[in-house]
Design a protein around this ligand. Structure first.
Ligand SMILES: Cc1cc2nc3c(=O)[nH]c(=O)nc-3n(C[C@H](O)[C@H](O)[C@H](O)COP(=O)(O)O)c2cc1C
Length: 311
């Protein structure tokens, strides 16, 4: 059958994992996935990344911890989560019961040992496709510098994670760096099977009337359409620097955004803040992307990756 009678082929492959389309719900914006079961057909998404998981449960930062900005959102949730073991016991079985859902587990820690222990716990669970390592996290043993903002710390944490991980390892880069290409290379050389980017940009907002920060933590991470052009530039630079697949994200709200990230070099994309404006955004994007491909006579979406014309 011709592609026009069967519909466009949206399949992509990342780190040896086949996805039915490139749209993945981003970590921290889609709960543990299962909370969205009643409103999103989870099996229609390319995949979903669960909230960042740590060794122990965490209650996160005090409120206020979210604030809407021009075309974006600030958050300092503080990585609130139920802990890796509770995720395996209380959330993963329900996700596994829904057929054909690709689940990625996002992992973070405050020391290398934290990352190691969290992955060891998650290795025991069934139904996780890969790990996504959140390195935008302060290293408490190194005076609070983010793992992902220092080449040596990044190298160490990726090597540690790769050594223990029983599944493919996606390293999610921090955009709060001078050279994203260098950090992408460090992650690749340390063993990353894929990289994803970007995480949120360090930012803040102030209430001039009260002269107080809008977020109790004072600084926070900026996401949403406001960051899209910077994210796109970073995905472009990272994709040119490495051979491993790149998953792009940052401010995606439309099918055209997805096409732009793929042209810049992404194999797949993640969608985060859009789910706050519309909880069904991820599934609508699957429909929208299918329609876009039909209208533009794109038979095989994966051919777009890296297709940017610069001459
Ligand atoms: C409320 C909130 C919580 C987040 N929590 C996590 C997290 O736990 N781990 C992580 O790697 N990224 C986390 N992120 C970052 C997103 O996954 C994504 O990288 C970022 O928001 C950029 O994409 P977007 O503009 O589509 O939201 C969080 C983002 C938001 C808005």
């Amino acid at each position: 059958m011709s592609p026009s009678s069967t519909g466009p082929d949206l399949r992509v492959s990342v780190a040896g994992i086949e996805l039915k389309n490139p749209i993945i719900a981003a970590s921290g914006t889609f709960g543990y996935g299962i909370e969205f079961e009643d409103i999103v057909h989870l099996d229609r998404l390319g995949g979903l990344v669960v909230k960042g998981l740590s060794v122990e449960p965490m209650i996160g930062n005090p409120p206020p911890r979210m604030y809407e900005t021009a075309a974006g959102m600030l958050n300092a949730i503080g990585l609130q989560n139920i802990g890796a073991q509770a995720f395996l016991d209380e959330k993963l079985p329900a996700l596994r019961a829904i057929k054909n859902v690709v689940v990625f587990a996002n992992v973070f820690g405050h020391t290398r040992e934290d990352y190691e222990r969290t992955i060891e716990i998650l290795n025991q669970g069934e139904g996780i496709a890969a790990y996504e390592l959140n390195v935008s996290c302060p290293n408490t043993a190194q005076g609070g510098i983010q793992f992902g903002s220092d080449a040596r710390l990044l190298d160490e944490v990726v090597r540690t994670a790769k050594r223990v991980a029983a599944r493919p390892l996606i390293v999610k880069l921090s955009p709060n760096v001078t050279s994203i290409a260098q950090m992408a290379r460090v992650a690749e050389e340390a063993g990353a099977d894929a990289i994803s980017l970007v995480n949120t940009f360090l930012a803040m907002a102030i209430d001039a009337e009260t002269r107080r920060p809008r977020i109790a933590n004072v600084t926070a991470g900026l996401s949403g359409p406001a960051i899209k052009p910077i994210a796109l530039r970073m995905v472009y630079e990272a994709a040119r620097a490495v051979k491993v697949p790149v998953i792009g994200m940052g401010g995606i709200t439309t099918p055209v955004d997805i096409v732009e990230f793929m042209l810049a070099g992404a194999r797949a994309v993640e969608v985060g803040t859009a789910s706050y404006f519309d909880p069904v955004a991820t599934e609508k994007l699957v429909d929208g992307l299918t329609e876009y491909c039909r209208e533009h006579r794109i038979a095989c979406l994966s051919n777009l990756t890296g297709g940017l014309i610069t001459d």
